[in-house]
Structure formats: C-alpha cells, structure tokens
Write a protein that binds this ligand. Structure first.
Ligand SMILES: Nc1nc2c(c(=O)[nH]1)N[C@H]1C(S)=C(S)[C@@H](COP(=O)(O)OP(=O)(O)OC[C@H]3O[C@@H](n4cnc5c(=O)[nH]c(N)nc54)[C@H](O)[C@@H]3O)O[C@H]1N2
Ligand SMILES: Nc1nc2c(c(=O)[nH]1)N[C@H]1C(S)=C(S)[C@@H](COP(=O)(O)OP(=O)(O)OC[C@H]3O[C@@H](n4cnc5c(=O)[nH]c(N)nc54)[C@H](O)[C@@H]3O)O[C@H]1N2
Ligand code: SF4
Ligand SMILES: [Mo]
Length: 772
C-alpha cells in the first residue's frame, strides 16, 4: 500500500486515503514527502484500484494536499484567558473544559448545555463514534445539527414510510434507464444522499446506454444542461408539481407498484389525497405548464427502470418533508422502489445485520418541545434555526454552555448576527474545529483535530447511501506527531468531562461501548454470538485503539461479518486492512420487507402527518397571490468549495467560485442592476451586498446566492478567506421560516428585495459651493 522512492533527492512515498471532502468518498493515492514530524502531502490522484471510485478524482480532491497542509489550521488548542484566545497545551485545554462545562453542569440542569454538530462529523471516524455518547452523557434535550439545514425532511419521510429515519433509498444510478432529478446539482456537489464517485460520468453513461435524464431546477445548472428534459420550476414549487404527477399517474391508470406492491399500504389514500392536485390546479404555483407535468408523469411511468432523486432543493424548502415523501411515493407507484435500476436501500458493512421482517415501533416526532418556540423534537433534535433563541431567551432551561463539534452555524444557520450575539453571551463554549473562524472565535476553548492526513477514515454514513455496497478503511497516512491528540481522543475526553470523570482514561469510553454491545449480542437469540462469553469475544477484537476495536466489532457483527468465527469468510478489521483499495460487496439488492419497522410492517404510504401537511399545501395554493416583480432567492454550490470552510485554500479560490448574486436579464433590466455592479439584497432578517452576475441560467423572478461566505468577522484566523470575504446569505433570514414537519430551515425559495447600490462615481456629487 505504501511504496518508497527517492526522486530528485527528496524522499517520497505513496499512500492511500479516502477523500473526506464530499459524499462521493473517492479513493485517493497521495504522495507524502518529508520525514518524521515534517511529512506532508505533495500530490493527490485518483486511486485506479479503488473498488468504488476506480481512479476518479475531482479538482477539490486533487488539491487535498494543499487543503491538508493549510498553514492557518490550528495545531495547538486555544484557551481564553483575560478575554483573549491563547495557544496552550492539551492538558490545560482539557482542564479548562472540565472546569467550564463542569461549572454549568454542577447547577443540575442538563438543559443548560447545548450541542451543535456540523456537517464534517459525517466525514470523520470520530464524528460517527463519539457525538451520540456525548449527547447521552450530557442528558441534554438541546441537540442541534446541520441536518435541520439539510436532509432532515428525508429522515422524517423515511421514518414515516418505512419506520426507520435512516432508511433512505438511493437511485441505482448505474442500472437505471430514467433519472428524474429534483433540486440537485451533482455536477457541482458531486452528489449527496447518493454516494457515487464520478457522478457526472455516471450520468453520461446513463445517456450513452439510451437512458434519459430529466432535471427539475429553477436554475439551468451544469447538471440541467446534460438533461434530455429540463423543467424550470418555481422555487418551492416541487410539492405541488410532484403531487400533480401522482394525480396524473392515478388518473391515467399508470400506477404499477410491481414487486413492492404486496408491501405497500395506503395506496388508495394517496390517490384520494392527490385527487384535487390536478396539473391545471398547480400550474400557477409551480410555474410548469399542465402538459409538461403530464409528460413528466408519463415518461416516468413508461421508463423501464426509473428513479426519482431529490436533494437540497427538495429538502431545505417550505414543504421539504412533503416533497421528500413525494419522491419516494413516485418511485413506489411506478414500481421503482426497491428494484434494480430504481431507488434502492444500500446495506452497509457496519449496519445492523438483516433480521426477519417484524412490525416495529414506527417513527414519532414531538416527544419533547423546544423551550422558547415549542418546536417539536425530530430525531432527538431541535431546529438549528432555534439555537440562538434558546441561548438568548432568559428563564429556566436556558442554554448557558455550548459544545460545537465541526460546525460553523454563524455562517450556515439562519440569522448569523443573532447567533453571534448569543454565542458571545454564553458562560462557556468549547469548539472542536481546525480553524479559528466565525463560530469558533466565540469559544472559551478551541480543540483542533489533526489534519485529515493524520486521521483515519471510514464512511459510517456514506456506505449506507452508496450506489454499490462496498467497504474501505484507511489508517492515518502520516503518523500523528508527538503530542498530537486524535479527534477520537478529543471527543472521548469531552464525553468524560460530560460524565463528570474528566480524569478517566479516554479508551474506557470505547471499552464501555464494546462491553455493552457484546452483552446485548450474546443475549440475543438471533445474533451469531448468542450464548458466547462476552469477555472471550472482547479479547478477540483487534485494532490499534478504541475506535478501531469498535470498528472491528461493528464489522464482525454486521451483515457481512465473520460473527466472531461463525462465518470464517466474513469481514473483520484485520481482513479489511488486507484490502487497501477496499472490498466490493456487490450491487444493491432488494431489501423489502426486511428494512421495514413500521407498526403495520408495510410501507405506510399515506401517513397521517403527511396527509395533514397536504392540507397545508392545499391552503397555501388557495391563498397564493401573484405579486408581479416578486423575487425569491435560492442557494448554489461550487465544485471547488464546500460549505463554509474551504475558502482559506488559495488553490480552491477564484474563477467562477465567487459569492455573486445571479440575476435573470429581465429582472436586472427592471431593477437597474448592471453585470458586475453591486446589489443590496434584503430579506426578513437583514440585508447583504454582493456583486451582480446577469445570466439567463436563472428563472425570471429567481436570484441565486451561495452560502458559506461572510468571512468578514473580527478575531478569526483565516486570512485568505477574509481577504475576499463574500456575503453571508443567511443574514437575510430571521430563523422563522421552517418546514414544520422536520424543523428544517427554508434556505431555498424565500422572498427578497434587490436594489442596485450606486457605484461611488454614480453618487451625485455634493452641490458645489456657490461661486462667490
Ligand atoms: N443559505 C444556505 N445555508 C446553508 C445551506 C444552503 O444550501 N444554503 N446548506 C446547508 C447544509 S446542506 C449544510 S450541511 C450546512 C453545513 O453547516 P456546518 O456544518 O455548520 O458548516 P460547514 O461549513 O460544513 O463547517 C463545519 C466546520 O467544521 C470544521 N471542520 C472541517 N473539518 C473538520 C474535521 O475534520 N473535524 C472537525 N472537528 N471540524 C472540522 C470547519 O472548519 C467548519 O468550522 O450548511 C447549511 N447552510
Ligand atoms: N462542491 C461542493 N460540493 C458539495 C457541497 C459544497 O458546498 N460544495 N456541499 C455538500 C453538502 S453539505 C450537501 S447537503 C450537498 C448538496 O448537494 P446538491 O443538492 O446537489 O447541491 P446544490 O448544488 O446546492 O444543488 C441544489 C440545487 O437545487 C436547486 N434548487 C433550489 N431551490 C429549488 C427548488 O425549490 N426546487 C428545485 N427543484 N430545485 C431547487 C438549486 O438551484 C441547485 O441547483 O452537496 C455536498 N457537496
Ligand atoms: S468528488 Fe468528493 S470525494 Fe471525490 S475527490 Fe472530489 S471532493 Fe473528494
Ligand atoms: Mo449538507
């Protein structure tokens, strides 16, 4: 796996590392130069032998070394003393956490500690293994994550349909004949909730084999330009549009659930629910002509194997849960749910081993309510948009301390300025983050994880969303420096602080999980280790540290595992390490009814909360007023970036990767906006300014502004990002617009007003003094 060479006098070696920078999880082959503590990555290429990515790499992955080696990354912890953050050693930093967190916890109200978990947690080993333990140890109801800025609607719809919020079908990209994309731009994002390295190549392959691609998006994106049919929907118009497609399928007798039919219940209820959403009734709201809606439905029904796939433009919208549900309903009604070439459930190597189908407890939300606005809990979380008010609003149960792991909510969540004020007023905040940025600058302690090259990689989340079952693991490419603390250890030590035992051995956190898991497994008659001695099994685990032993445990008890000898051919960590390019576990296979955990044991196609939300949609359509000239804003992503944290890497800046406001020429002319001029954008939450880019790619009435910008705050240490800070789009929001079923912020399709900012030369000069 790692070959040494001496070229031009410099000592280099090659090593493998799964790319952690987006959901595609490409295998990289990296060149490591230097020696000892000075080793660094000097090049990154696609690993041609990787079982999933087969050599693919995107421009971002190719710059893995530059990102990894960013000199502005923190290498030592920071502790606030006398109002200022200063570098210190790990012992002092953890002591400060124990004191700060301990002080708040000592008052006896677990609600006083909030937790925010950001997106990179799904890209790290530590982020998968420790945050659940941290939340449990804190016993706090105040958990907030990036999910309520993103895919929470998909969890709710999966929870209601299948009884398991983690049951998310993915399009079987390589075998489908027809892909209908709703609000996703994989040519920029590289795919999401669908792990598929070289997504663009897979779309081209679909077209080469005679398949068709349809894209529904208010913006004619690079993905849309590949499509056979492009539908310029009004932002937020997908719920009525897809509802009308369902209506057409029933009205024209085009439904045929196929092999999944026997597992569906509530089909007739869906027919009744959709009956009055005719294409004519929704055309105004979604901005799509009735004939085009009928064509979309007919093409979907006529395609041999088809998949409907929705992403952020279908989730972070006002009817996000309803739209996410409709995506799966369309797949089910056309016989494409759970069939090859349709939308399928991957089976990852660390998932629970399949069990005979059995009714489950189903999925409920609202077991608790948030203190200030009464938002229902969803999957144990409250809306990220409600974090600021939970800190700011006085009274019992107020959040006084925050643990923020891999999150930058000041930029990524609505109403950043309010959140900044709130964070500034906390009694204690600890951030686990490699950067001193807009959010971590408010912390009392910042704990930086090692660079990705010095961290292990396993895709606990994305293997369960991949278009092919496979498993890969990479150990740190470069051994940790002396005194460097792995992110696993950082988080384990936070768990210990939360448990009131800050001095305990961090490995004891993993050992406790291993013991608990084994105790449950040996007591379970369906487990391959039923009746065995747990201490004997624990002794069989391999791995260099607690995190690796937990991975070994999950692999061995998982669907492909060796069951501790029950299947000698099965997976173990040791076996996986012998396959540095990964192990292919085959194409996706049908999994109904085994995935189902609903009370009825069926796919409950028309759950009550969804029916109630359809009534909200009906009211929304009835009350809708056309106001000429009204503008709504949508987001966008750029290939060489990722959310808020890659703007400090010079190689990933410039070109079209800019924070500009894209405006249709008609709107630009009407509003007096010039290409390259400055615009002021106003929303309910505030105003920002950005340069205008006039382009016919956006639908009239729609403007597009990317998120993750706004690096103009004082006290950060990201000089490259701050040199050209861009505007924080989320300042435009006041945090009140949410999809009510999931608590997800409406980040797409919210109203704004746009006006030109006169260039200095255009400002009328002050009247000249009277010539006397
Ligand atoms: N208007 C608008 N807002 C949006 C979106 C949108 O489309 N429009 N998209 C939303 C979406 S989909 C998401 S997922 C969120 C993301 O929201 P966040 O998760 O809050 O933001 P990120 O920019 O992903 O930054 C996460 C933080 O993790 C740090 N980090 C990077 N690598 C690591 C690591 O290995 N370990 C640790 N501990 N930290 C690390 C970074 O420095 C950064 O501070 O933003 C959301 N916000
Ligand atoms: N390069 C890069 N890759 C990324 C990220 C990144 O920031 N940069 N972020 C990662 C993350 S955290 C995520 S969640 C994924 C997101 O992955 P994607 O969802 O594929 O990301 P976007 O490129 O934002 O595409 C969303 C599309 O939805 C469209 N849209 C907006 N509103 C609506 C609407 O109402 N209806 C419809 N039909 N479409 C609408 C937008 O115009 C946009 O083209 O990307 C991931 N990958
Ligand atoms: S597509 Fe994503 S995972 Fe693959 S190289 Fe690019 S950033 Fe890395
Ligand atoms: Mo996301």
């Amino acid at each position: 796996m790692s070959a040494m060479s001496e070229s031009s006098g410099a000592r280099t070696r090659e090593a493998l590392r799964i790319c952690p920078l987006c959901e595609a999880t490409c295998g990289l082959s990296v060149t490591v130069a230097g020696e000892g503590g000075q080793e660094r990555i000097t090049a990154a290429r696609g690993d041609r032998d990787d079982v999933l990515s087969r050599g693919y790499v995107c421009p971002k992955g190719a710059l893995f070394g530059e990102l990894d080696g960013d000199p502005d990354r923190l290498v030592r912890p920071l502790v606030r003393r006398g109002g200022r953050l200063r570098e210190t050693d790990w012992e002092e930093a953890f002591a400060a956490v124990a004191e700060g967190l301990g002080g708040v916890l000592a008052a006896g109200d677990p609600r006083a500690v909030g937790v925010f978990l950001g997106n990179p947690n799904v890209h790290t080993v530590a982020g998968a293994l420790y945050p659940p333990l941290l939340v449990k140890a804190l016993r706090t109801p105040n958990l907030f994550t990036a999910s309520t800025l993103d895919q929470m609607p998909k969890h709710v719809s999966g929870g209601l349909l299948y009884g398991d919020p983690l049951a998310i079908p993915v399009p079987d990209l390589d075998r489908t004949d027809h892909l209908l994309v709703v609000g996703a731009n994989p040519l920029e994002s590289n795919g999401s909730l669908c792990t598929a390295p070289d997504f663009p190549g897979r779309l081209r392959a679909l077209r080469r084999r005679g398949g068709t691609l349809t894209v529904i998006d208010p913006v004619r994106t690079r993905t849309a330009r590949l499509a056979d049919r492009y539908v310029a929907v009004r932002p937020g118009g997908d719920a009525p549009l897809l509802m009308a497609m369902v209506q057409v399928l029933f009205a024209e007798g085009l439904t045929d659930p196929g092999a999944s039919g026997p597992h569906l219940s509530g089909v007739e209820d869906v027919a009744r629910l959709a009956a009055d959403f005719t294409p004519e009734a929704v055309a105004g709201a979604c901005g799509v002509a009735p004939e085009e809606i009928r064509a979309l439905a007919r093409e979907l029904a006529a395609a041999g194997r088809a998949a409907v796939y929705g992403r952020i433009g279908s989730t972070a919208v006002a009817f996000g849960t309803l739209t996410s549900w409709l995506v799966d309903v369309l797949n089910a009604l056309t016989g494409n749910l759970d069939r090859p070439g349709g939308a399928m459930f991957p089976l990852s190597a660390t998932a629970r081993a399949p069990r005979p189908p059995a009714p489950g407890r189903g999925f409920v939300t609202g077991r608790r309510r948030s203190r200030v606005s009464g938002h229902p809990e969803v999957k144990g979380e409250f809306p990220a948009a409600a974090l600021a008010e939970e800190i700011e609003t006085p009274g019992e149960g107020r959040i006084r301390a925050l643990v923020c792991v891999a999150g930058n909510p000041v930029l990524s969540a609505p109403d950043g300025p309010r959140l900044e004020r709130a964070l500034g007023g906390l009694d204690f905040m600890v951030a686990v983050d490699p950067y001193l940025n807009e959010t971590s600058r408010h912390a009392h302690v910042v704990l930086p994880p090692p660079r990705p090259s010095r961290s292990p990689h396993f895709d606990f989340s994305f293997n369960a969303l991949a278009v092919r079952n496979q498993v890969r693991y990479t150990r740190p490419v470069i051994p940790p420096r002396a005194g460097e603390v792995s992110e696993g250890e950082i988080l384990a030590r936070l768990v210990l602080c939360a448990s009131g035992t800050p001095g305990a051995d961090p490995e004891s956190v993993d050992a406790a999980v291993v013991r608990q898991t084994l105790a449950a497994a040996v007591a379970d008659p369906r487990s391959p280790v039923h009746g065995r001695d747990p201490a004997g099994l624990e002794a069989l685990l391999t791995g260099e540290n607690g995190a690796e032993r937990r991975l070994d445990l999950m692999l061995r008890l998982g669907p492909y595992g060796d069951g501790f000898g029950a299947d000698p051919e099965g997976l173990t960590l040791a076996g996986l390490l012998e396959h540095p390019h990964g192990i292919d576990l085959g194409p996706l296979r049908p999994r109904l009814p085994e995935v189902l955990r609903t009370p009825s044991g069926t796919v409950e196609l028309c759950p009550e909360p969804i029916a109630a939300d359809a009534a909200r949609l009906r009211r929304h359509l009835a009350e809708r007023r056309e106001s000429p000239g009204a503008l709504v804003l949508v987001g966008r992503r750029h290939l060489r970036s990722n959310n808020s944290w890659m703007h400090n890497v010079p190689g990933l800046r410039g070109g079209s990767n800019r924070c500009t406001l894209r405006v249709h020429p008609d709107d630009a002319a009407r509003l007096g906006l010039a290409d390259g001029g400055l615009a002021e954008i106003r929303g309910d939450g505030g105003a920002v300014r950005a340069p205008v880019e006039v382009t016919g790619s956006v639908r009239p009435g729609v403007v597009s502004l990317p998120h993750g910008w706004g690096h103009d705050r004082p006290g950060t240490r990201t000089p490259t990002a701050s040199a050209d800070p861009g505007a924080n789009v989320n300042r435009l929001l006041d945090g009140r617009l949410l999809d009510p079923l999931s608590g997800t912020a409406v980040l797409n399709g919210f109203p704004v007003e746009v006006a030109p900012v006169p260039a200095p030369a255009d400002v009328p000069a002050a009247p000249a003094p009277d010539p006397v």
